[in-house]
Design a protein around this ligand. Sequence first.
Ligand code: NAD
Length: 242
Amino acid sequence: MVQRARRAVVFTGAGISTECGIPDFRSPCGFWTRYKPIEYSAFLASEDTRLEAWRRFLMIRDTIAKAEPGPSHKAVARLMDMGHVSTVITQNIDGLHAAAGIPAERIIEIHGNGTYARCLACGQRHEIDWVRGVIDETGRAPVCSACGGIVKSATISFGQAMPEQQMADARAATLDADLFLSIGSSLQVFPAAGLPVLASHNRTPLVILNREETGLDGLARLVIHAEAGPVLGAVMARLAPG
Ligand code: NAD
């Protein structure tokens, strides 16, 4: 299927980055097994909650900052170089697809990016190191140096609106795809998981590669319950021996 594809979309979730030491959310050692997610409305409502959200974010950020692209990120980048994959749509905020060499214009980050922050009022960009400095110095959640607004990581929280342009681009790429390959996602988070549903309704072959069952396995042409790295390694060995 991959060999025939010329415009495959690769859709990735936290599971593609566990090989790089970044925990996913729902596995037994995953992040949410330990912490209940903070909803967007709660983040807006109280400074204590914002501080707690930042404390957790900075913890994840430290892990992400040390991570390098894994075998699966590299295989996807190679498949793009070989002309099989046109676009990567990722729910991840770790920037590892770009670090694996995929050009930014071929990556659609539908849940944002965790390498910087923005003011929710005026949109001013703030660096994470600046946020960390403010919290360390003042013990308070950061406010925008330009307008005094609330500063939040440039990621999408539960209850926060999806980025419109990225979602429109992701839908367009999905409708144009000749293969839709979902890797390392539990496919429980909507509207993101609506993209494989859209592919399947559009009669695009859907392949799901995930360690455990997903709620959308029944829609897929092919389901592989296994570790992503070794499976993609085997695919690469068949496509580009040696
Ligand atoms: P999820 O945690 O709900 O699902 C991850 C899935 O990947 C699980 O079903 C797990 O069984 C599977 N998995 C884990 N390691 C695997 C491996 N090596 N090979 C194959 N499968 C593996 O994650 P989600 O579906 O992406 O949704 C959660 C949300 O949290 C998303 O927005 C996600 O991107 C975000 N998140 C991002 C990161 C990151 O940026 N790396 C980390 C955690 C969560």
